[in-house]
Design a binder for this molecule. Structure first.
Ligand code: NAD
Length: 335
């Protein structure tokens, strides 16, 4: 049995976490789920949205599946997601973006991988007021931070049969920060002659992702652009409800959906659990359960993707629990 921390989170979090747990359970992989709390739901009990106990448990198990958490705006609490990434040094945010046949979308055949830097940039959270009427936020890039995310992206591309890496920046304006990222990307590209390398300014990239997404393969981006572009990319394959993700460090990995806690649809059994289920497939692959991971992905494609069972996000009537049960049944059949 492998210990895996499960953090249900807020809003639709507990519903999609239960769905993912059911599907992973159907794969037969021996997982000992250890539930820990984070988010608005635990502030009353722990006086913090991120109890130390949760951080320690994730560090000790090394692997977690996390539902989305609500970040109270302007409350003085640090974002749970940013804090977890900082505490556990999860410097990679990996977001595969793949079309699922049958899931309504304007595009088909999309197969991109977004590698987002997860700890630096404006997300370092170094902000202060300058007098009463001005505020500054400091954008931090380090050469080491740039190099390790770029290394991850190039290595990922080389080891996953990918052909091209696109480094995304705005170095024409931010010559020191983005300029450093770009210079390191160009240097590193020379070490991978078998991969096609290109760099793109982030605004031009957004336009091209919408007009010709098939031109891209692996994208590597600093934190802020990566955050924005991954939601855009999720839109290419049917929305936030189908986009999985992982936060990775050298020792710890937290798998989570790209979407947030969607409070307006919470508790209604209408949220699409596909994103967290597919994040669960990434988790299975991470712990060496490739066959089970593939079964989960195939089951999602067969059930959710076949157009037979769609949630409200895609104009269907299938509930969160019913979709999860159908995917779990298909996983049992495939395994
Ligand atoms: P959101 O992703 O929660 O919702 C955006 C839109 O997508 C909403 O219309 C929502 O109903 C819909 N949606 C999201 N997930 C869905 C799903 N699985 N199925 C069907 N529809 C879905 O983004 P938001 O409204 O900007 O944020 C809400 C809260 O979530 C905020 O407190 C924010 O800070 C937090 N958040 C958390 C995470 C995380 O924990 N990883 C990520 C993003 C946002």
């Amino acid at each position: 049995m492998r210990d895996v921390i499960i953090i249900p989170g807020d809003g639709i979090g507990p519903e999609v976490a239960a769905a993912a747990r059911l599907v992973l359970g159907a794969s037969g992989v021996g997982i000992n789920w250890i539930e820990k709390l984070a988010g608005a739901a635990c502030i009353e009990k722990y006086h913090t949205p991120l109890p130390q106990e949760t951080i320690d448990a994730v560090r000790s198990a090394g692997v977690a599946l996390k539902g989305p958490v609500t970040t109270p705006v302007g409350s003085g609490f640090r974002s749970v997601n940013v804090a977890l990434r900082q505490e556990l040094e999860l410097y990679v945010n990996l977001r595969p973006v793949r079309s699922i046949p049958g899931i309504p979308s304007r595009y088909e055949g999309i197969d991109l991988v977004i590698v987002r830097e997860n700890m630096e940039d404006l997300y370092a959270g170094v902000e202060h007021m300058v007098g009463e009427d001005a505020a500054e936020s400091i954008k931090i890039f380090t050469r080491g931070g740039c190099r390790r995310i770029l290394r991850y992206a190039f290595e990922y591309a080389a080891s996953h049969g990918r052909k091209k890496v696109t480094a995304v920046h705005k170095a024409n304006i931010m010559k020191l920060t983005d300029g450093m990222f770009l210079a390191e990307a160009r240097k590193m590209a020379a070490e991978y002659p078998a991969l096609i390398y290109e760099d793109k300014i982030v605004d031009a990239l957004c336009m091209e992702l919408v007009t010709a997404p098939e031109k891209f393969d692996v994208l590597v981006l600093p934190n802020l652009y990566g955050d924005i572009v991954s939601d855009l990319a999720a839109g290419l394959v049917g929305g936030l409800g189908v986009a999985p993700g992982a936060n990775l460090g050298d020792k710890t990995a937290i798998f989570e959906a790209v979407h947030g806690s969607a409070p307006t649809i919470a508790g209604k059994n209408v949220a699409n659990p596909t994103s967290l289920i597919l994040s669960g497939a990434m988790l299975l692959r991470h712990i060496g359960e490739e066959r089970a991971a593939r079964a989960v992905e195939e089951a999602v494609a067969a059930v959710a993707g076949g157009g037979k069972a769609l949630t409200a996000e895609h104009g269907g009537k299938t509930g969160t629990r019913e979709l999860a049960a159908a995917v779990a049944a298909k996983v049992k059949e495939l395994i």
